[in-house]
Every structure is written in C-alpha cells, then in structure tokens.
Write a protein of this length. Sequence first.
Length: 311
Amino acid sequence: MPSAQESPEGGEEDILHYEEVEDGPVSPMDLSELLKEGTKESHDRAENTQFVKDFLKGRIKKELFKLATVALYFTYSALEEEMDRNKDSPVFAPLYFPVELHRREALAKDLKYFYGEDWKEKIQCSEATQQYVDRIHHVGQHEPELLVAHAYTRYMGDLSGGQVLKKVAQRALKLPSTEEGIQFYVFDNISNAQQFKQLYRARMNALDLDKNTKERIVEEANKAFRFNMQVFDELDKIGRSLPEEAQDGGFPVHDGKGDIRKCPYYADKLGTAGPGCPFHAAVGLARQPLVQLVLAACMAVAAGAAAWYLL
C-alpha cells in the first residue's frame, strides 16, 4: 500500500513503495526482506491502477472518497477483530499494537463526519470489499500466521504513502485543516513513523517461522494486494458513473443541467464560445508559445522563492 517515497515531480511515482531502512544488517531470509522483494510486482501493479493514479493527481470525487472510506472501515473492522482474536498467539502477538495502529475508531469518526450520526445505517459492504473481509476472517480463524501478511500490507502502507494521500485528499476535497474526514491517516500515538516501522519490521523478523511459513506469508501478502486492487477497480467503475465535480484550483465543471453551450468551459472545448467570451480569450492567449514560456518562467521563479523561504 501507499508509502512516502516521492518522485522529483512531487510524489506521483512509487507512491506505494515502503521506506525500507533498517537499523542493522539485513538477511535475505528476514521476513521483512522476503516481503519487500516478494511483493515488488504487486506494488507496481497496485500503484498503476486508475483509481490510485487519479487520487494522486487530486482527481478524487468526494462521493468516491466516502465510498473508499466505507471499504476501509469494513476491511479494518475485520482485520482488527482477527488481530484481537490472535493477540496471544505466538505467531502474531509480537505485532499486536492496538493503541498505536488500530484504525477502526478513526474510520468511524470519518464516516460520522461524511454521513452524519446515523452513518451505520447509510453504509454497506461492497462485493469486492466483502471478498477481502471474508479472506481476512478465514486467515484469522484458521491460519493466524498469515495474518502477518495482511497487517503488514495495510499498516506499513498507512504509515508511509498514506500520509501523502492524506494531504492530497485534504487539498482536493477542501477538507478542514482540523483533519475531520481524514482521521484514518492520523496516528496520534506514533511520534516517529520511521522508527516505528523499523520496530515493526524487527518484530516480524524475530517471529519463530520456518522457511515454508515465510513463503506462505509472502504469497498471502500478494493476495492482499490483489484484494486491494479489486477494491480499487470497483471504485474506479463507480467513479465513472458519478457526475463530475469542481476540483480545487480547476475550472468549474458543468453540472449537466441546462444548455451545456452556455457554460464557458464546455463552450470552449466544443469550439462554440464567442469571440467576446473572456474565458475563451484567456484560454486562447494561454495557448500561445510565448505566453506559455513566460508563464513557465514565472512559475519557476515562484517555486525558487518558495524553496528559499522554506530553507
């Protein structure tokens, strides 16, 4: 799942890769290394799903974000129920951090913000999410050692790239600066995410597991990624059926009511805006090469000033 590794362009590449910085020497047979290497391909496929790519670009509709939050609520409810069930099991107990990691209550707060006091009556588990939930319950009840894979896939991502998605969602959806609606991404009881991830990986590596069990955990982690991608694909299909919304910093989008030709944005796209339309004139001017060069230079200067200020 998401990580904080950002590209020079601002974080739209490798967003799903975890930061893998270890405190000491790493063995190729350490579970953390096996998971890192064994899930690379799944990482790549997940980060290239349309839902994730649109999200990173700030093209996330509020209704779709709400549905994604619903999916997370059902997923984490199942995961944390099974973690509670296995909190004393030697194959999982060292990774039991309910105070630091559990997300169910945070997601409940987000759903209350989006849906109101009666949010439980307004949500339902989707088909793709239910398949994910069923698998988590099966693992927790019959193969608890594989629960490590699901915890690793979810929580390590939340502490990494999830923090990037938090900022994207807050900006794109114009959510309050007080973090309502994005409590899922807020870990109040972890003061240093990088140090905690190092501790978590060290605990994973210390689990008394044979080679076959470790391989099964890697296989299960890849299954977890597939379940997540199925949820992403489901959300993407739903998103295509939702009406367009105005995005922060973008042009207003026609709501589908009335004559579309009277909307300056669409009139320009259709080539029907009159010469006296200021929107049409501005867009036409912005398309001139010289103007684009000047605008690019101005933006470069502004970026340099901002960088200098932050130093």
